[in-house]
Every structure is written in C-alpha cells, then in structure tokens.
Design a protein around this ligand. Structure first.
Ligand code: PEP
Ligand code: MN
Length: 336
C-alpha cells in the first residue's frame, strides 16, 4: 500500500503518518516524488486497511499496490527514476552508452580501449575484474589488480567505471573501486549479494538472469531497493532459448513491459545477447528504437586475442559506427 501525502504536507504530518504505520507493526518507507512525498507500507502479511490512514492530516490518498514488487513498481513511484553517476544521468531521456572489454586484461589493453570508446562517444567504461566463467580453466579476471586498472582508466579518461561483483566476499573491494556495481546474469538471484548491494551507496546495474521471468527480475531489484538503495539500473542481456543462431535471444519486448511496470531505467546489452559480432550493431539499433535508456557494449582492439568474449567484441571503428547509427535512431524518438 502507498500513502500519498498532499504536496503541502508538513514534515510533522509526514512523521505522524510514518509513526501511525509503524504503530500497526508495518515498515514505513518514505518515497520522495517530484511534487509530493509518498510513504510505502511494507512488511504487511495481508491486506492493509486503508481506513487506518485516509483520515490522517496531510494524507491525500491511500492506494493499494497490486504488484508483488512494491518499491520497484510504477504504482509506488509514477515518475521515472534517474540514476546519477559522476555527472552522467541514466534514465532522463538521453541514452547512455557503457562500453569496454569483457575483461580487464592489462593496463595497456584497458587504456587503449578506453581511449577509443571515449572518443567514439561512450559515457561510461566497463570491464570485468572478477569474471564469472563457465569453465574453471578459463581466464578468471585480474581481481584486485583489475580494479586498480579501472581506477586508472577513470582517472585518465574521466569516465565512470562499471564492473561486476561476483560474491559477498569481494563486495567491499569492488565497491571501493567501482562507480557502478554490476550484478551479472548468473547472480541475479543471489539473494545475499542482492541484500549487500541494497546496503551500498553505489548504483547497481542488475542484469536479467539467464532464464528469468520479468517478475523474477523485478523481484531481484526489489531486494536491492528494499535494502535502501534506490539507484538500480536494469539490463536486458538476452535469455536462453532453443536457438543456435545467437548466444541468447534478446527480449526486446522487455523494454516496453518494464517501462510500464517499473520506474527504473532499463538498458540493453546486445553483446551478450548476440554472442557474435555481426549481430551486435543490428541489435543495438533495435535497442535504440525500442526505447532503451542506454546500451552496454563490449569492445576490444584485438578481439582475436581477447581473453574473454572476443567473438562478440566490436572493433573500435565498428563501435564508432554503432554510436553514429544509434544516435540517429535515438534522435528520431527524442521528442515523441
Ligand atoms: C558481463 O557483462 O561481463 C557479463 C558476464 O555479462 P552477463 O552477466 O550478462 O553474462
Ligand atoms: Mn563478456
């Protein structure tokens, strides 16, 4: 349930409503909106009687939240959430592009790619230091050394950096270096990791699970928001289907559906969806057309020597072409 306060409600009235919610044994979660404050009622076991709160001073409306995800739902917050990272806004109508290699392999590799993607127009740099690999024999990432390289990239290029956290043990380390903490597809339902991300001050980029429904994905985001972290960016990266012509199947309809259901920004990762270079630009164009808030793209200057995901990594000049193409598509929809 959501208690919507009058735009003119005073701080004392808001406090009194919170106290009334707590007195009933529920949690009161203030949710600031554009014009007014709302108070989410959480931890209720069954239906909450609206009559308990409608008559309180400063209360405009009491509305039921029908979805299982409460804080993530547009019922709770009708306005889009805008996530701010180092001067860049994600979800404000200006699409954001995150680009870089799958894995940080060396300082030289990271800096070469970072300079390329920055000059092509990328806003944030990505690169894995802790890599979730299918095989234990594959390159697992540089770990802490990779995080330090990311910090150098940020210092040299000014781009905020996005990197994946794989487990609760290394969470603090990743949090200390990352501007945005990525939770990967394989960890979308790692609930202890989600809870830890919920306590973090860093924005979280939450990838959709390999075979997750959208409800499961939004419930995973709810874990993060429930912990107090409201800066969640959703990332559709393709789901597992029966096909062999691509690594995964990009679920484009996730974008309009998530937009209707949630106020959180949603971006698309065409690289992991495709798994092969020749499909990345066409899928990125589709992502721009379907109204995504941004893209995450893998780029490598020597993809045939990449230690991870070379087959899907774009060459720098291909990435520059991608940016030119998607910019035109985004421009068509800008004022519509
Ligand atoms: C990645 O972005 O580096 C990654 C491993 O992606 P995903 O979790 O979507 O497979
Ligand atoms: Mn990858």
């Amino acid at each position: 349930m959501l208690i919507v306060m009058e735009a003119q409600a005073t701080p004392d009235q808001i406090k009194a409503v919170e106290a009334a919610v707590k007195a009933r044994g529920y949690e009161a979660r203030p949710i600031p909106g554009g014009e007014r404050m709302s108070i989410g009622v959480l931890r209720n076991k069954g239906a909450v009687d609206a009559a308990l709160f409608v008559g309180l001073a400063g209360v405009k409306d009491v509305i039921p939240v029908t979805r299982p995800y409460k804080l993530v739902s547009r019922e709770t917050r009708p306005e889009d959430t805008i996530v701010h990272v180092g001067g860049i806004a994600i979800g404000n109508g200006h699409p954001v592009v995150i680009a870089g290699p799958c894995a940080i392999e060396s300082e030289e590799q990271a800096l070469i790619i970072a300079r390329h993607v920055k000059s092509a127009g990328a806003h944030l740099f990505r690169g894995g230091a802790f890599k979730p690999r299918t095989s234990p024999y594959s390159f697992q990432g540089l770990g802490l050394e990779g995080l330090k390289i990311l910090a150098k990239v940020r210092q040299e290029t000014g781009m905020p950096v996005v990197t994946e956290v794989m487990d609760t043990e290394t969470f603090d380390q990743v949090e200390a270096y990352a501007d945005v903490i990525q939770i990967g597809t394989r960890n979308m339902q790692n609930f202890s990791l989600l809870r830890q991300a919920g306590r973090s001050k860093r924005p979280v980029l939450l990838k959709r699970g390999l075979a997750a429904t959208i409800d499961e994905w939004l419930m995973a985001a709810e874990y993060i928001m429930e912990g107090g972290n409201t800066d969640v960016i959703l990332c559709e990266r393709g789901v597992r289907t029966f096909v062999h012509h691509s690594r995964n199947t990009l679920d484009l309809s996730a974008v309009p559906y998530v937009r209707r259901e949630s106020h959180l920004p949603i971006i698309i990762d065409p690289s992991h969806a495709a798994g092969r270079r020749d499909q990345v630009i066409p899928l990125a164009r589709a992502a721009a057309a379907v109204g995504a808030d941004g893209l995450m793209v893998e780029v490598h200057h020597q993809p045939d020597q990449a230690l991870s995901d070379g087959a899907q990594s774009l060459l720098p000049e291909q990435f520059a072409s991608l940016i030119r193409q998607v910019d035109q598509i985004f421009a068509i929809f800008k004022n519509s």
